[in-house]
Ligand binder design. Structure first.
Ligand SMILES: [Zn+2]
Length: 101
């Protein structure tokens, strides 16, 4: 679970999920001290890798298995939801915007 670098508070699962759902971009305000926190570069890299592991098989599998569009759409929704539910466990915060390079 992410920990605020300003006040040291550990964000709860529910609060992190709400932050991810209702705020866009990599800047998230700490629910405890209200200071700005950034999703760090390591997290962005990790989520990028995980999503490519998910998206590539999802796009290539249906061609092999001859799945219907309905199954592909439902499957994508379930996988996206699972991925979203796991986000609070992989997110790390930093005080400043970190570059990806
Ligand atoms: Zn805080």
């Amino acid at each position: 679970m992410p920990t605020c670098n300003k006040c040291g508070a550990k964000w709860s699962y529910r609060k992190t999920l709400i932050k991810m759902m209702f705020t866009f971009g990599t800047v998230k305000k700490c629910p405890y001290c209200n200071k700005r926190q950034h999703i760090n570069a390591a997290t962005r890299k990790r989520t990028g890798k995980v999503s490519s592991f998910v998206v590539i098989p999802l796009l290539s599998l249906p061609a092999f298995l001859n799945l219907s569009l309905k199954i592909i759409i439902i499957g994508s929704l379930i996988i996206s939801l699972l991925f979203f539910m796991l986000l609070p466990f992989i997110i790390e915060l930093s005080n400043q915007e970190e570059s990806d390079w």
